[in-house]
Ligand binder design. Structure first.
Ligand code: G6P
Length: 610
């Protein structure tokens, strides 16, 4: 998730672009850059790190000109470095891009074979070369971009300049956001509304599959195929603070609702629906490696540990491979028995958690292979690993992890399916069925979020003063119960216990009385009947029971005080849906209590201490 911005008008463009990038910095900040039309052609300045570094670079090498584009980067292809920073240039063309081009490998090979000198590891530079080839062939910039877009699969919001057409910026959008700002004698584009609010409140929202030519006098919108588009200008009344969070009160709530998008991005290029299989090219293991693995050891901390617990379930049930899951802080320094034949999967959103890093290093030294699942490109754990399978959730600002958790689940289940197929544990039919079920998840998640939000907020208000809350689940729902309890503790400071539903009778049942809300996960899976009887046991002790079950579950409704209905999915995929109301529940309890939701006390987003 990157931020892009563009300006064409009569004012010096660099300060306006920088200001826009500052407002978009929440979308990523591992490098930034500007390209501005200058008398000698398009000039580019880029710098690694936060925007301050770009500002310093611009003090030394100022960019003069009234037309330009800018970018703040969240690395998805190629680690953060100046050469990978945007804008990317090919001949007279400069491009900024937010998104992921799926067919980047094929395009890179094709361009290399055609003699293009490709300098960076990014997918974006390939777009610049493709546009350049069209421009060199005589096309104007608009046509060159149009032809290039027909070659791209994946998500993009791009803005393109050409030295040959200094009075124009061409932009296009598919899946990634792009908004145009219409000012007095000036036209803008940006990834998000906040970048433009100080300059204009008149916005024009591009739809997927559309492009526009920006000139100082306004924007002409067409479809990528060239059909004219009439789009009304909308007046935006958001305050700048609201805009930064896209209208949500907190980043956490925004990120909860971003989960369908985070999943789509994480699935992109990996779910091969045509083949009915997982495209494992990025996993970095060969089929022979897959066959050689004797055991998987999952290492993680915090929320990532809960994702890893679901991962174990999938690796055992779908890939039929012996799997253990360990808290990295307990694994390290224990001289655990691990070595050749073991595949370590280090799961870490930040890729920097010290305990996970040290634990993975220890295992590697003993001869195990390490695969990282991380969200931050080029972070410490991916750097020390043999291979990395990245999640593409985009930067997560709220300290309590939500969208990164879902994206970790996505990578873990995709890996288990990939491995299961390679090891003949999964039939081609079941593999195809799972791939199709995964492809449906983003929409089902969106429906579940929208469908449960109000009810969950009402329940949170009703139980806001509860001193203890219990979360119960079995099988795949056990880690989700743990995650529900952790979320509540983290942000609302309420004592919560996540428990394996079958273990309730061995202890936690003593806690239950009429003042304790008990949230029980009873999705339709192999554990359904047993979980339902645990729910009834809690109800018999007068607990206030909230069931999280599939839509239309009459038995769960009859047995509980309140029913939260989530979309029905393949029984192997229930965590993607059941976790959503639990995230919302903790969010609303915290919000009603008035705690600092995005930065809860005593916690840190990335923990690099022991
Ligand atoms: C901190 C964060 C948690 C996170 C954990 C592990 O405690 O507050 O949200 O789950 O670290 O972080 P990682 O980056 O390794 O996933």
């Amino acid at each position: 998730m990157c931020g892009i911005v563009g300006y064409i008008g009569n004012e010096p463009s660099a300060p306006i672009l920088l200001d826009g990038l500052r407002r978009l910095e929440y979308r990523g900040y591992d490098s930034a850059g500007l390209a501005v039309h200058s008398p000698g052609g398009v000039q580019v300045v880029r710098a690694v790190g936060k925007l301050r570094n770009l500002e310093r670079a611009l003090e030394e090498r100022p960019l003069h000109g009234t037309v330009g584009i800018g970018h703040t980067r969240w690395a998805t292809h190629g680690r953060p470095s100046e050469v990978n920073a945007h804008p990317h240039v090919a001949g007279p063309v400069a491009v900024v891009h937010n998104g992921i081009i799926e067919n980047h490998v094929a395009l890179r090979n094709e361009l290399r074979a055609a003699g293009c000198e490709i300098l960076s590891d990014t997918d974006t530079e390939l777009v610049a070369h493709l546009v350049r080839r069209e421009v060199d062939g005589g096309a104007n910039l608009e046509t060159a971009v149009r032809k290039t877009l027909s070659r791209l699969h994946g998500a993009y919001a791009i803005a393109v300049l050409s030295t040959l057409e200094p009075q124009r910026i061409v932009v296009a959008k598919n899946s990634s956001p792009l908004v145009l700002g219409i000012g007095e004698g000036a036209t803008y584009c940006a990834s998000d509304v906040p970048a433009l609010l100080p300059y204009t409140r008149d916005m024009l929202f591009l739809e997927d599959g559309e492009m526009a030519v920006l000139e100082g006098s306004g924007a002409t919108v067409t479809t990528v195929e060239g059909a004219p588009v009439k789009r009304a200008i909308q007046r935006i009344d958001w305050s700048p603070a609201m805009a930064e969070k896209a209208g949500y009160k907190h980043f956490m709530l925004k990120e909860i609702f971003e989960q369908p998008r985070a999943l789509e991005d994480t699935f992109r290029g990996r779910l091969d629906r045509q083949a009915g299989d997982i495209n494992g090219a990025e996993i970095g293991l060969t089929d022979a490696d897959a066959a050689d693995i004797k055991r998987v050891v999952l290492l993680a901390c915090g929320t990532s540990h809960h994702a890893a617990m679901a991962g174990r379930y999938w690796l055992e049930s779908l890939a039929r491979i012996p799997t253990v899951v360990e808290l990295a802080s307990e694994f390290r320094g224990r001289d655990a028995v691990v070595g050749a034949g073991d595949l370590i999967i280090a799961v870490s959103q930040s890729g920097e958690t010290l305990d996970t890093l040290v634990a993975a290093k220890e295992a590697k030294q003993k001869g195990a292979k390490v695969l990282a699942i991380a969200n931050v490109i080029g972070s410490a754990i991916p750097r020390m690993s043999d291979a990395t399978f990245y999640t593409h959730a985009g930067p997560e600002i709220g300290v309590a992890s939500t969208k990164c958790f879902s994206a970790q689940l996505a990578n873990l289940v995709m890996f288990a399916i990939w491995l299961g197929r390679r090891r003949d544990a999964l039939s081609p039919e079941r593999t195809r069925e799972l791939v199709e079920a995964l492809a449906r998840l983003p929409q089902q998640m969106a429906d579940t979020l929208n469908g449960t939000r109000q009810l969950v907020a009402n329940l949170a208000r009703r139980y806001v003063d509860a001193r203890d809350v219990l979360f119960l689940g079995r099988g795949l729902s056990f880690p989700i119960a743990l995650e529900g309890a952790l979320k509540l503790k983290e942000i609302s400071y309420v004592h919560a216990e996540g428990y394996a539903a079958g273990e309730m009778k061995h202890g936690p049942i003593a806690l239950i009385d009429a003042r304790v809300p008990v949230l029980v996960l009873v999705p339709r899976d192999d554990n359904y009947e047993r979980s339902l009887s645990n729910l009834q046991e809690a109800k018999a002790r007068e607990a206030m029971v909230i069931a999280i079950a599939n839509e239309g579950d009459v038995d769960a409704r009859d047995a509980s005080d309140d029913l939260i209905e989530v979309a029905a999915v393949d029984p192997a995929l229930t965590p993607f849906l059941t976790v959503l109301p639990l995230q919302l529940y903790s969010y609303y309890v915290a919000d009603f209590k008035g705690t600092d939701v995005d930065q809860p006390r005593n916690l840190a987003k990335t923990v690099t201490v022991e």
